[in-house]
Design a protein around this ligand. Structure first.
Ligand code: PMP
Length: 390
């Protein structure tokens, strides 16, 4: 049943069906686009292209409505229970979203002596902005302590017991990743909320979860959700910040200054519609099963080391499961070389380093990241090639 559902969806990606000899296994970098998204962009550009927020004629009005409607669409997609009390700001991706929060909001929210928790083994996009905010504040004489988010060795989830010991009443901001972009672990954000209490702001980097699994702003209760539209099947140069607007000053960058990426925003609405119709729970089940197929196969080859959380999903703890990302390295083959070898067999993977922060892996690895268009046959062919390199 799931297989026929997936076949029908895969057929909607022209770049996939036009290249039957290739397997795209790099969706954590950016996702491919279904026809509905491509059509929505063209339709917008040929029927209503204008600038937004300055409506004195129908195309401009439609463009304004498109942008405002997209904000509501993002809230709905994130299961926002109180959309009248939240805001959505469009960005070029997660990097810009996190930086905007850091510069425009965090620097007014924090006071002298406050503490923030920063995940130093996460994507650099989720580290640099917080350190920059700390530096900007220091230049104004406001001292903010940065505490590194503690990790559990071997599991690559956070160490919630250690977090509980280091978090105190001055811990006012916690940055966390939802799904780790190298280890594939689904971080337990519920536990973070329990540990830091109801008052601390939690900012969720959902770059690897939006579009891959159901993401709700209420489960657990978070204050910011930041994601890249392009990783959720919208156009490159798209992304959004969802902000709860309850703790601290209002998050209101920009307003109608400048021209928004209207075609990109049209693509984002279409992508969220497509993902919702496809069903994010089913997408999650599909990609998790493919990741398990890959890790279960790789486990039998002792030349490979898999990075990250428990190898088999069956054996994985309920609090931290691998999603559709599997990163590994070969004992003797350089990971850059392994990337080239894999491409010579038609597999597109990410190899080398992965934009990880200071505490991340230093030596390279190969990352396979999956989406709904990937198939068990692709995994089996990949395993066959990897087996031959033993
Ligand atoms: N955070 C995480 C967890 C990511 O995986 C990525 C993209 N690799 C980013 C942030 C940055 O996203 P973007 O390049 O779209 O700004």
């Amino acid at each position: 049943h799931l297989r026929s559902w997936q076949r029908a969806l895969r057929a909607q990606f022209p770049i996939i069906t036009d290249h039957p000899g290739l397997a795209y296994l790099d969706s954590a970098a950016t996702a491919q686009k279904p026809r509905a998204v491509l059509d929505a962009v063209r339709s917008y550009l040929v029927t209503a292209n204008a600038n937004a927020g300055r409506g004195t004629y129908p195309w401009a009005n439609r463009t304004t409505e498109l942008v405002e409607g997209a904000r509501e669409r993002v809230k709905e997609f994130l299961a926002d229970p109180a959309p009248q009390r939240s805001g959505v700001h469009f960005t070029s991706g997660t990097t810009e979203g996190l930086r905007t929060i850091a510069r425009d909001w965090l620097t007014s929210y924090l006071a002298d002596g406050d503490e923030i928790v920063v995940p130093l083994a996460d994507h650099r996009a989720n580290i640099a902005p917080w350190l920059e905010a700390q530096a900007l504040l220091a230049a104004r004489g406001v001292r903010v302590q940065v505490r590194p988010m503690p990790y559990q060795s071997g599991s690559h989830d956070y160490d919630h017991a250690r977090l509980a010991r280091l978090a105190g009443p001055r811990t006012r901001f916690v940055a966390t990743t939802h799904v780790h972009h190298v280890y594939g672990g689904n971080m337990n954000v519920h536990r973070i909320r329990q540990v830091v209490g109801p008052e601390a702001v939690i900012c969720l980097d959902a770059a690897q979860s939006v579009g891959h699994l159901p993401v709700s702003v209420a489960e657990p209760d978070v204050d910011f959700v930041v994601f890249s539209g392009h990783k959720a099947m919208a156009l490159p140069g798209t992304g959004a910040v969802w902000a709860r607007q309850e703790r601290g000053p209002a998050f209101a960058p920009g307003g109608w200054q400048g021209t928004p990426n209207t075609a990109g925003i049209a693509s984002l609405t279409a992508a969220l519609d497509w993902l919702e119709a496809a069903g994010t729970e089913r997408i999650e089940r599909w990609t998790v099963a493919l990741a398990a197929r890959l890790t279960d196969g790789l486990r039998h080859f002792d030349a490979y080391e898999i990075l990250g959380c428990p190898l088999s999903l069956a054996a994985g703890s309920p609090v931290q499961q691998r999603r559709g990302i599997v990163t590994f390295r070969h004992r003797d083959i350089d990971s850059g070389d392994l990337g080239f070898i894999l491409f010579s067999h038609g597999f597109m993977v990410r190899s080398d380093s992965h934009c990880q922060g200071d505490e991340g892996e230093r030596s390279g690895s190969v990352r396979v990241s999956l989406h709904v268009y990937n198939t068990p046959e692709e995994i089996d062919r990949l395993l066959a090639v990897l087996a031959a390199l033993r």
